[in-house]
Design a protein around this ligand. Structure first.
Ligand SMILES: NC(=O)c1ccc[n+]([C@@H]2O[C@H](COP(=O)([O-])OP(=O)(O)OC[C@H]3O[C@@H](n4cnc5c(N)ncnc54)[C@H](O)[C@@H]3O)[C@@H](O)[C@H]2O)c1
Length: 450
């Protein structure tokens, strides 16, 4: 059992907060990256895709006074996107956070155009179309025909291969992952993902873009899910296993928010939209390895037409005009029936088990990502989780928290989970080494062999 109140909470919330601040600042230190002009500022930007993310990214740019051309397939898509942007500004004005005249001025920086050729004078183009490789490649082929030679090309993909996207252009050195978080004009995290051919100067400019937009930009390696979502995959997998085995989404979310998360995992995914990435997931089912348990629980609400907050129902239900998640007995009954269909006898799941499986999934994957150099330093992982995923800053981030629990206890518990639940829980060799040597994640120096 993990102590629910971790030592850091008692001994040093202030120390944890200070650590998070330093972690966020040090994310910009990337060995070998050219020093860029801190006044880097595109004179003109373009965003392709006027959906949830494209609209938010256009707002983030307009909010710093950068003119943005917002491109989508047709007028109807643009009108939908623009009305969402207008509604966002209107609600900020209504809440007294922005002057009406400032909102109007920012809105005037965004020009909607249903023609890809409108990227011609952009210094930066950020793509935020559907999460489908063929569509992204189609868009990048088109961009390649119209953009200036020295343009910076960013893709907002959540998990796709940057190299495969860049290969659709004649300038892979100018392509980089720029992974914003939803809502993009509010959330401060930006993962910057260089591909195999991304030039150092391109990486440096993308990191500067983050700074310009007031974000915490963190470099992440080009592997499935980068840093944040790779960890989320494991964390979500365990949360879904727990629900298949006997917990309800509201149990998992309660335990996570009691720990200090800004919101529970199921509430969070209801907010982002449960259909996100679902088609790729369905396609992957046929080819996934047979050596481990998988969960398709995420398809259940989608198949029931419950796509999250936007449809008034997901894991929870939502009343009109109220964004709060309400437990829905109908959905819980669907979950019970689902467990029966996949042959699982539901059992009572303790809060300790929920917390242990969710948090250790984050810690172990974080250790693997360091080992594989997807994250260059432990502080980057903690900066990502506290800035973009609602991990409590007072606990420093998953790796800082693991250090406070003690890595030998963390390893013992993970070995136990490995024995019980199999291959997903193979402990990361870095964790094993640090636990045996009495080391800590936060004691690791950048560049130290892992
Ligand atoms: N929603 C999130 O929480 C989130 C978070 C981070 C990253 N992302 C990523 O951002 C990207 C966009 O996601 P979203 O949630 O904004 O999707 P969305 O469905 O809200 O918007 C996608 C937009 O792209 C447009 N589009 C599709 N094909 C196009 C084309 N060929 N040319 C021009 N426009 C085209 C669509 O008309 C639509 O307006 C995806 O890659 C997604 O994985 C999403």
């Amino acid at each position: 059992m993990i102590e629910r109140k971790c030592p850091a909470a008692d001994q040093g919330e202030a120390a944890a907060l200070d650590y998070v601040r330093r972690a966020q600042e040090s994310a910009a230190d990337i060995p070998g990256m050219p020093v860029t002009d801190s006044a880097f500022r595109p004179a003109q930007a373009a965003v392709v895709g006027a959906g949830t993310m494209g609209g938010g990214i256009a707002m983030a740019l307009a909010n710093t006074g950068v003119p943005v051309t917002l491109i989508d397939r047709d007028i109807a898509d643009l009108e939908r996107g623009l009305s969402r942007i207008k509604a966002n500004y209107a609600s900020t004005v209504q809440r007294g956070r922005l002057e009406h005249s400032v909102a109007e001025e920012r809105l005037s920086w965004i020009t909607p155009v249903a023609d890809m050729a409108a990227v011609a004078d952009a210094d930066i183009v950020i793509e935020a179309v559907f999460e489908e490789m063929e569509i992204k490649q189609h868009v990048f082929r088109a961009l390649d025909r119209h953009v200036k030679p020295d343009v910076l090309l960013g893709t907002n993909t959540s998990a796709l291969d940057i190299d495969a996207i860049a290969s659709a252009t004649s300038r892979p050195d100018r392509v980089v992952g720029t992974h914003f978080f939803s809502p993009a004009h509010v959330m401060r995290l930006l993962e910057v993902i260089p591909g195999a051919h991304t030039a150092p100067q391109t990486l440096a400019q993308a990191m500067s873009l983050g700074r310009l937009l007031g974000k915490v930009a963190v470099r992440a390696g080009n592997s499935n899910g980068f840093i944040g979502n790779a960890m989320l995959f494991d964390y979500r997998r365990e949360a879904h296993f727990l629900v298949e085995e006997g917990a309800f989404p509201s149990d998992v979310d309660r335990v996570l928010t009691e720990f200090g998360f800004a919101m529970g995992l199921f509430t969070m995914t209801d907010m982002s939209g449960l259909d996100l990435g679902v088609e790729s997931k369905r396609k992957a089912i046929a080819t996934r390895p047979q050596d481990r348990r998988y969960t398709d629980l995420g398809l259940l609400p989608v198949d029931l037409g419950r796509l999250g907050q936007k449809t008034g129902a997901g894991w929870y239900k939502y009343l009109s005009g109220d964004r709060r998640a309400h437990r829905d007995p109908e959905m819980d009954a669907e979950i019970v029936a689902y467990s029966a269909r996949i042959g699982i006898q539901r059992r009572q799941i303790s809060d300790d088990e929920i917390l242990e499986r969710c948090l250790y999934a984050l810690v172990n994957r974080g250790a693997w990502l360091l080992e594989q150099d997807v994250a260059s330093k432990p502080t980057d992982i903690d900066a990502v989780y506290t800035t973009g995923y609602g991990f409590p800053k007072t606990k420093g981030g998953p790796l800082y928290w693991a250090d406070s629990v003690g890595l030998s206890k963390v390893l013992d518990d993970i070995e136990h989970l490995h024995a019980q639940h199999g291959v997903w829980w193979e402990p990361a060799p870095l964790l094993v080494r640090l636990a045996r040597e009495g080391g800590t994640f936060t004691g690791l120096q950048q560049g130290e062999p892992k």
